[in-house]
Design a protein around this ligand. Sequence first.
Ligand code: NAD
Length: 498
Amino acid sequence: MPLIPSLINGELTTSSSLPNIPVTNPANNEVIAELTCTSEAELALAVASAKTAFQSWKEVPASERARVMMRYQQLLKEHHDELATILSSETGKTLADAKGDVWRGIEVVEQAINIPSMMMGETAENVARGIDTYSFIQPLGVCLGITPFNFPAMIPLWMFPMAIACGNTFILKPSEQDPLTPMRLAELFIQAGAPQGVLNVVHGGKDQVNMLLQDPDIRAVSFVGSVPVGQHIYKTATDNMKRAQCFAGAKNHSVIMPDSNKIQVLNNLVGASVGAAGQRCMAISVAVFVGDTKKWIGELTELLKAVKPGLWDDESAGFGPLISPQAKQKVLSLIQHGKDEGATCLLDGSDFVLDKAGYENGNWVGPTVFADVSEDMVIYQEEIFGPVLCCMTVDTLEQAIALVNRNPYGNGTSIFTASGAAARKYQHEIEVGQVGINVPIPVPLPFFSFTGWKNSFYGDLHAYGKQAVRFYTETKTITARWFEDDIPSGPNMTISLK
Ligand code: NAD
């Protein structure tokens, strides 16, 4: 059985005294690897190593740091399919979806290559007579990243490449549910030329995170995961005087206007709702049908009925299993809640079992559609994180906007319409950080930032793009005055001492 090590001070280590955590294939729940849990002493070593490495890494010119990122990007591209296959083996994602997960991460590394120009400060001449002011952007020190299971390539790559390109050193604590992909990412980063201690990877769950949050040498914390954990990490990190950015759960609405293109809308909703088994923080989990479009719900249900979960290498599979039996249990209990609360279950995936020998015990749930969903229902209020779409109806765009704005989450939303005026009103009035217009899942590319709002994000500065550079750096502002009398003059150009 493969044993997954930590990466501490440039060495792969399996020396932990703690019990291992089994890593399973979600398609049949068989154990595929054992994860070593990083002990308290090893965590301290990782922080010390990152602290030492920072002293030299911060002096490496930004253009040289960018070259490490260039080599890394190249290696990631060369290993793209290998990474996607590893990712599928531990998440159950279809290969196409896994490739997308890796690719979205590579795009952030591409952005990190631009670091020299992104770290340029500002200048102003003659702020007072003979005085100039200019600013530099300098790295913080040791940064920590805590990542969720659902994008084991993309989300670690949201964090450490930008932080390290800025001149910081990094400790990554990936999800214990799928650590094989992040470890492979780390190995390739070392291969790209990252010096010892610049990236450390530690493993475990809440105990390891809580120990790291107390460590005074960690300056900034990036987290992606669920709401309760995000709130806990934001509070604990800031109580310990650290900078924090915590990306949390979501409930994303898609608003369907009567003038929209029905075929496009329905096809888009299928992929956006149940793709990746609904385990995406930008998945569309609520479809809001405006006016007569409620007649489309039946057709949408028929399309979703045709989507079949399957194994990662089955090209006809619409999506894979849920990550764990616990995740499946949670989704099944929410589906039952929906039925008990009086929502109409038009399509029920609770009993889906993959008809393939050896995979009957996987964490399968089929596409599920509820109509007649109201705001007071638990299936509307809670993030389900499964292949479940809630359909709601309103009469007007104003009512749709009010509904979305009452929801406590604000990660993503989309509107389907042929009207520029309706789209303009929606983008302006909606209290959600990422808005798609005829685009179902509006995840920004890395030259922008990933900008969730409300309960989907705790902090100020978001992931990747210019905001990440600000998050991972300090600005130093220099006000300089030079005296004309001091300009060396005469044949020897000597400076006069006063
Ligand atoms: P999770 O909160 O259970 O775990 C996330 C990380 O926190 C893991 O590394 C885990 O080991 C650690 N952790 C878990 N419990 C902890 C505790 N009590 N104290 C400290 N650390 C703890 O999340 P998950 O189930 O892995 O991921 C799914 C969640 O992530 C969903 O809610 C999803 O919406 C969210 N997510 C959000 C975004 C976003 O950008 N907003 C992106 C992806 C996923």
